[in-house]
Design a protein around this ligand. Structure first.
Ligand SMILES: N[C@@H](CCC(=O)N[C@@H](CS)C(=O)NCC(=O)O)C(=O)O
Length: 206
C-alpha cells in the first residue's frame, strides 16, 4: 500500500495527491506538518532527514522531494501516459517542472505567505507587490508556451502539468490583479475539468 505523509493544504503534498488521484492508486495519507506536527520524530526523520512533507513509502521505496515523487509515481504506474516514454518529449515537460521550483515558487511564496498566512498589520506590502509583478511576467512565459498546445508537454496531461497546475490555482485563487493570460486561463480551465485536480488542489487556501 502506498503511504503518504503530509497535510492536504501543502502545495507540495497537493502535487503528489493529484498524481495519486489521476492514477487511481490505492493509498493511505497521514496528516503531518504545521498544526499536525510529527516531522521531528526519529521514525519520520529516518524516512526523510529534512523533516518535510511530502514523504512517501511505496513497498521498499521511501521517497521525498515532491517533483521527484511525481516523476517516480508516473514512471512506475503510468509509463506512456503521465510519464512520456519518449525522452525527447519528456524533457520538454521536465524543464517546466524545474521552472516551477526555480522561477514561480520564489515569486509565489512571498505573495501566498504574505496574504494568506500573515496578518494585515505584519505584511510587507512592497515585497508582495513586487512579487506579484514578477510572477505575472513569469506566467506570461508559460502563457506564450501554451499558445499552440493544450497541455504543458503537448496534447495530453503529463507530469509537466502537475507542479505548475498546483501553483496556478494558488495564483488565481488569491485576491490580486490577474492580467489577461488567455492561454494560461484556458489551461487552468482544462485542469478544472479533472476530478483529481478539483479534489486535491482546488481547496481553500490556508
Ligand atoms: N522541495 C521540497 C519542499 C518540501 C517542503 O518545504 N515542505 C513543506 C510543506 S510545502 C513542509 O514540510 N513544511 C513544514 C511543515 O509543514 O511543518 C519538496 O518539493 O517536497
Amino acid at each position: 500500500m502506498l503511504t503518504i505523509w503530509g497535510r492536504n493544504n501543502s502545495i507540495n503534498v497537493q502535487k503528489v495527491m493529484w498524481t495519486v488521484g489521476e492514477l487511481g492508486l490505492a493509498h493511505e495519507r497521514f496528516d503531518a506538518g504545521r498544526q499536525y506536527g510529527g516531522l521531528s520524530t526519529p521514525e519520520f526523520l529516518a524516512m526523510n532527514p529534512n523533516g518535510l512533507v511530502p514523504t512517501i513509502v511505496d513497498g521498499d521505496t521511501v521517497m521525498w522531494e515532491s517533483n521527484a515523487i511525481v516523476r517516480y509515481l508516473a514512471a512506475k504506474y503510468d509509463a506512456g501516459g503521465l510519464w512520456p516514454k519518449d525522452p525527447d518529449v519528456r524533457c520538454q515537460g521536465d524543464k517546466w517542472m524545474d521552472w516551477m521550483v526555480t522561477v514561480i515558487i520564489p515569486q509565489l511564496i512571498p505573495v501566498f505567505v504574505g496574504l494568506i498566512r500573515t496578518s494585515p498589520e505584519e505584511r510587507d506590502n512592497d515585497a508582495i507587490t513586487a512579487s506579484i509583478k514578477a510572477m505575472s511576467e513569469s506566467w506570461e512565459i508559460l502563457n506564450a508556451h501554451l499558445s499552440n498546445q493544450p497541455f504543458v508537454a503537448g496534447d495530453s496531461l503529463t507530469i509537466a502539468d502537475i507542479p505548475l497546475g498546483c501553483a496556478c490555482h494558488r495564483y488565481y485563487a488569491m485576491d490580486i490583479p490577474h492580467p489577461t493570460h488567455a492561454n494560461l486561463e484556458s489551461w487552468y480551465e482544462r485542469l478544472q475539468e479533472r476530478s483529481a485536480y478539483r479534489e486535491h488542489v482546488m481547496i481553500e487556501l490556508s
